[in-house]
Design a binder for this molecule. Sequence first.
Ligand code: C2E
Ligand code: MG
Ligand code: MG
Ligand code: MG
Length: 276
Amino acid sequence: HAKRIGRNNYQFYNQHIGGLTKNTLEMASLLHRALQYEEFSLHYQPQYRADTEQLAGFEALLRWHSPQLGQVSPADFIPLAEENGLIVPIGEWVLRKACETNKKWQLEHGVFVPVSVNLSLRQFYQQDLVQRVADILFETDLEPQYLILEITESIAMQEDAAARILHDLRKLGVCIAMDDFGTGYSSFKQLRYFPIHQLKIDQAFIQDLDSDNGEAIVGAIIALGHNLGTEIVAEGVETEAQAVALKRLGCDLLQGYFYARPQPEEAITDLLKIRT
Ligand code: C2E
Ligand code: MG
Ligand code: MG
Ligand code: MG
């Protein structure tokens, strides 16, 4: 606790000097009210099958529009929400909203693809995560195979606990994706013990595809994942050349600006209308 107080003092001291630390404090206090004031929304980014280019799923991505700060990037506010625990109620809102929307697309457009939701570390280790997920699926009437939970390699800090939670989620029938694969640590050990359905190759590797050894590394990740029975998703696909290379390497799903940007629910609904 002393550490926290120390840190706050440091920030207080600094607010007279630079904008950055002051902004962090201000952002933290605004974040506390953001749920209540309905400042959050979800964008959805389509994923496509590499072989047929058919729609294969959506990733739900959180957006925060603060009247005071404007649009704030999740890269800035998620770490803050993680630190002060707000990520738990926020994450629950994301889960419910994503499941609700996916159910709506099923009912109104006959589109049956999974929605992927990012789980933060703290959310993953919250007391009753499995029960909460079960409750949300029940309330929104979404079948579990239409929900994919994205975790990162960081959950393996407590390997046994993580394996237990993942197996319980699996029993529930939801799918698990390992996000940002290749950037964390001890990846191989986890792959042996964790029930993982999808590996998402981090976009850094996709950007490096055209560099020396770039294809060799992505090809090795794809082969590894396939040997372990997982599906491979490439994220951050920005160019046609990347898409072509990924198809040739046998990647299963493609996600990135080259195909579609993350978009508000209404824009996706329009896209589904055109499609059907
Ligand atoms: P992520 O889960 O790895 O999500 C992919 C990020 O890459 C998203 O950034 C997406 O907009 C971006 N992206 C997609 N295609 C491309 C592309 O072709 N090029 C480039 N340069 N970027 C692309 P975003 O939406 O800013 O989210 C950043 C991170 O914030 C996410 O990374 C995820 O870790 C976290 N995040 C977002 N929403 C949530 C949430 O609801 N809960 C939690 N816990 N974390 C979230
Ligand atoms: Mg993700
Ligand atoms: Mg990622
Ligand atoms: Mg990322």
